[in-house]
Design a binder for this molecule. Structure first.
Ligand code: ATR
Length: 273
């Protein structure tokens, strides 16, 4: 039997990746199993040694390890090297190569919602590991108006200097938000309890004239600040479940060479029948 896994901090225990991948493995009649492992940051190097010695066939990497795992791998895809974050490890014999399928997964989400670079004024909230893939996806697709707003302005500046887009300080967002047509949350804050002061600061500035769609790349929250914000402004909303399925599909293709359709990953989590 081949074993695949996802590694992350305590949040990995809520991941829907095992349900998606195990369902597709069984649909394709493959003798494979996908499991979630909680790994603390201090144990990351040992975890990679474990992946090597246990001959794990493929790995997904989630928060907070997407950037810090890179020094322990043997190589990176061009895309992963360009953004400095990975979410997938592909084994090639003894060699572990890092890839980033979040970029393509987010692109698939933009396609699903028929978002195009024409007439789009994009605001991305956040400047963490997940933001890199989202920002790269927009820049790759030729979006010209992409602003990055983050609690820590300096991180926004560093990110945009590397990847493109324009960093805006949190206190200075009124004009940018007024013109935004698409708002993407890539912070880990999706409900008030996650970051009350951040939400308050943001809410005070959040007057939109043109908002059409809000994307929160998180999923599985009972109440969602970004969903309410979309509703209050007459905009559409989607969470990160479709993106999760889309990136899972791309990882699955890299690992197995099989080419399942997106519905195979959406069905196990109830997004299609
Ligand atoms: P990652 O591994 O992706 O960097 P993270 O450390 O959880 O994950 O942070 C992701 C993003 O969420 C960052 O933009 C972070 O803002 P900072 O750069 O200022 O740390 C943002 N974030 C996390 N908790 C937050 C909070 N309570 N309020 C505002 N932003 C928050």
């Amino acid at each position: 039997m081949k074993v695949y896994c996802v590694i992350g901090d305590q949040r990995v225990e809520r991941s829907l990746s095992p349900i998606m991948h195990n369902s597709v493995f069984s649909e394709y009649g493959m003798n494979c199993k996908y499991v979630a492992f909680r790994i603390e940051p201090a144990d990351l190097e040992n975890a990679v040694l474990g992946i090597r010695s246990l001959n794990i066939s493929g790995v997904n990497v989630t928060v907070p390890h997407k950037e810090t795992i890179i020094p322990f791998l043997d190589g990176l895809s061009d895309c992963a090297r360009g953004i400095g974050a990975i979410n997938t490890i592909v084994r090639d014999g003894p060699t572990l190569i890092g890839h980033n399928t979040d970029v393509g997964g987010f692109g698939d989400l933009l396609d699903k919602y028929r978002v195009s670079q024409h007439n789009s004024d994009v605001v991305i909230m956040g400047a963490g590991g997940a933001t890199r893939a989202v920002l790269r996806s927009f820049i790759e697709r030729g979006y010209e108006k992409v602003s990055v707003i983050n609690r820590t302005y300096k991180k926004g500046l560093e990110l945009t200097a590397k990847l493109g887009g324009l960093a805006i300080p949190l206190e200075n967002t009124t004009e940018v938000l007024r013109k935004a047509t698409l708002l993407v949350n890539t912070t880990s804050v999706s409900e008030a309890a996650d970051g009350p002061s951040f939400m308050e600061t943001f809410s005070n500035k959040a007057k939109f004239d043109k908002l059409r769609l809000v994307i929160d790349i998180n999923y599985g929250r009972k109440t969602n600040f970004w969903a309410s914000l979309a509703e209050n402004n007459g905009a559409g909303f989607t969470d990160g479940l479709y993106m999760l399925a889309a990136q899972a599909r791309q990882s699955f293709r890299l690992w197995t060479g099989e080419n399942p359709v997106i519905e195979d990953f959406l069905r196990p989590v109830g997004l299609v029948k």
